[in-house]
Design a protein around this ligand. Structure first.
Ligand code: GTP
Length: 358
């Protein structure tokens, strides 16, 4: 079975971290988002993956190669211009024709979906398309389905205003599509699967919903990306003495680490620091004395000063954070930026890659 993953978006809501990499190369526990997604597909028997890429494609190719490390074969389908959420599927048709049906995933979802279940239901319904759905309290930020009690989807409503949604079931970014769907996606232009393809299929074919009830996080915003990181750290229990037989980082006196956390190789933690819970420290990070970090992701090679407080933040690769700086509530720092001691960082600030912030 073949799976297509859409990884061509700009990830604007996660800037400045996504100015210098596709969202899918952000860390997730001890791996990256895309390696986590492909790993889950491989575990469930998917051996061929088409990555629909466009934004910073070389970075993805460099990390993933042809997929050998992950036990899959990766084909790259490159877009010169972004083709939206359905256009890339048509563009990849050479890999998909002859498959009968295939799976499509948005490349920014962390979930424990069982793909076999949606496939089995798709077959027994003889559906043209089957869409994974997730139940949320407030569907107004999402694409919501109008669905019959038999599970047939009648319509899609994008971001309905409060109180008008026909259900609490949202599009969870995972679909099984029959090969014939390719004929309904125009070639060579941007096409939205939510706004164009699915509404057309609802009129012409059988579109069914399948409710996923486990873990599901759309990692598109800083808050949801940090939530995904929290879930993955908790699930893998990294930072426990059982899974961490050998310390590959060094720490000073009286350091307190609260689980879950993960600390990369060659990272140095100064005296009296408090690390965790819910912290990912990359490789070769240095942290000065008396610094407190929780609910944060710090990328490789960052230098964090003394007496710093970091909470609900993401710090880019090689960034330098001066002594006594406090960053919280999604103030974000891009790769190689410097925040100088004494700088007043405004709420919600996003400091660009290479910026000197004084
Ligand atoms: P924002 O800019 O923050 O909205 O993020 P995004 O660009 O990732 O957009 P969005 O979250 O809506 O995209 C959902 C999924 O579709 C992500 O995995 C994107 O990488 C992917 N995607 C969005 N647009 C395109 C595109 O034009 N081409 C391809 N191949 N993938 C896309």
């Amino acid at each position: 079975m073949i799976a297509v993953i859409l990884v061509g978006g700009f990830g604007t809501r996660l800037r400045p971290l996504t100015c210098t990499r596709p969202k899918q190369l952000l860390p997730l526990g001890n791996t990256t988002l895309i390696e986590y997604m492909i790993g889950r597909l491989a575990e469930q028997g998917f051996r061929e993956i088409v990555l629909a890429i466009g934004y910073q494609p070389d970075a993805l190719k460099e990390v993933l190669g042809e997929g050998e490390k992950l036990g899959v074969t990766i084909h790259y389908s490159l877009e010169d211009e972004p083709l939206g959420t359905a256009g890339p599927i048509r563009q990849a048709e050479n890999y998909l024709r002859g498959s009968g049906r295939f799976l499509v995933l948005n490349g920014d979802i962390v979930s424990d979906m069982n793909y076999q279940q949606i496939l089995d239901q798709h077959r027994s319904n003889q559906a043209t398309a089957s869409i994974a759905l997730y139940r949320v309290c407030d569907p107004s930020r999402y694409g919501v389905v109008d669905i019959t009690s038999e599970g047939q989807i009648l319509a899609f409503i994008e971001k309905p205003s409060a109180g008008t949604a026909p259900s609490n079931l949202i599009n969870a970014g995972c679909y099984v599509l029959e090969e014939s769907v390719l004929d309904h996606i125009p070639l060579g232009r941007k096409v939205s699967i939510e706004r164009e393809t699915f509404p057309l299929l609802c009129e012409k074919g059988r579109v069914h919903g399948w409710e996923h009830k486990g873990l599901w996080i759309d990692t598109g915003t800083p808050a949801s990306y940090l939530e995904a990181n929290r879930e993955i750290l908790a699930a893998s229990q990294v930072g426990s003495s059982i899974t961490r037989p050998m310390k590959e980082y060094s720490e000073g006196k009286y350091v307190q680490c609260y689980r879950p956390y993960i600390i990369g190789r060659h990272t140095k933690i100064g005296d009296y620091c408090e690390i965790g819970p819910n912290v990912t420290l990359g490789r070769n990070v240095s942290i000065g004395a008396n610094t407190r970090i929780r609910d944060a992701v710090i990328l490789n090679d960052a230098e964090i000063g003394e007496g710093v407080v970091l909470k609900d933040t993401i710090i880019g690769q090689g960034a330098i954070i001066g002594n006594k700086i406090r960053l919280e509530k999604f103030q974000l720092v891009g790769d190689r930026a410097t925040v100088y001691p004494g700088a007043i960082v405004p709420p919600g600030a996003r400091i660009n890659p290479d910026e000197d912030f004084r």
